[in-house]
Write a protein that binds this ligand. Structure first.
Ligand code: SPD
Length: 280
């Protein structure tokens, strides 16, 4: 049998992964959920046909969405994760013992249940942590209704802006995130690739700059996304993304497979083809 799963989000670029077997396939209220075993990445999750994460390469993404914000924010008592239903981002956040509470606002409870059952390694340690709270429901609504300044760190671990994640890329949503964030808090989000989602990447940077005083894209790669270069963006009023709390860096480095202090610093270096368009 020669079965491949091909992500067809782009009309000019495709990523394909060889599949051994489908483990779970269901249509939720929001999206199609597929989990399959692949010889290269191990167990892999796709939502609406788009690769989200895999056991084999999830660390590239989850360590990078979590630690830059967590090792630099002045306070990390209360953390909100919007999306992140596989539990990987929560797992990395909870590596920091100063964190008192993590709320996961994930729209699709079926994704959470499927990941707990079929990919338990990704959220291992998070699901059962007493500091962790699930708030299954619309993240946009959650943020709109949350109290002003109620979170020290907000992480947006969403999918691409189609289907349920569409509103997570808009100006109104970012304004609400800023309102809910502590005045010296940090908001970090997955912000796509300037290589394969060029317009989306620059539009997102523009929208964020319209809301936050400081907006710093940072760079890495996620093999499963096949884009060569992936980004997250660090938004804040005046926290310096390069000033790290030593004990937190040590906590992050202890388990990390990708993230470390050198990667942290290097990831904020902006390639010229991006920099030149951001200063215009
Ligand atoms: N192109 C796919 C972008 C998906 C980003 N979110 C992944 C979820 C991992 N927790």
């Amino acid at each position: 049998m020669n079965m491949w799963f091909t992500e067809e989000f782009h009309n000019r670029f495709r990523v394909g992964v060889k599949v051994d077997q489908t483990v779970y396939s269901a249509q939720s209220e929001f999206q199609k959920i597929d989990i399959f075993d692949t010889p290269h990445f191990g167990r892999t999750l796709a939502l609406d046909g788009i690769f989200m994460t895999s056991i084999g390469d999830e660390f590239y993404y989850h360590e990078m969405i979590a630690h830059p914000a967590l090792v630099t924010a002045p306070k990390i008592d209360r953390v909100l994760i919007i999306g992140g239903g596989d539990g990987g981002t929560a797992r990395e956040v909870l590596r920091h013992k100063e964190v008192k509470e993590v709320v996961l606002a994930e729209i699709d409870g079926m994704v959470v249940e499927a990941c707990k059952k079929f990919m338990p390694e990704i959220g291992a340690g998070a699901w059962e942590d007493p500091r962790f709270k699930e708030a299954i429901g619309d993240g946009i609504k959650y943020v709109a209704e949350a109290k002003e300044g109620s979170f020290d760190v907000i992480l947006l671990d969403g999918s691409d802006p189609v289907g349920p994640a569409e509103g997570l890329f808009g100006l109104d949503f970012y304004k609400n995130v800023k309102r809910v964030l502590a005045p010296d808090g940090v908001f970090a989000l997955q912000s796509e690739s300037p290589v394969v989602f060029e317009k989306l990447f620059f539009d997102t940077q523009k929208a964020l700059r319209g809301v936050f005083e400081q907006v710093h894209p940072y760079f890495g790669s996620v093999p499963l996304y096949g884009a060569g270069m992936w980004t997250w963006t660090y938004c804040t009023k005046d926290t310096n993304p390069l000033e790290m709390y030593e004990s937190r860096v040590i906590a992050a480095e202890k388990h990390a497979k990708y993230y470390n202090r050198d990667i942290h610093c290097g990831s904020f270096a902006v390639p010229s083809f991006v920099k030149n368009r951001l200063i215009k």
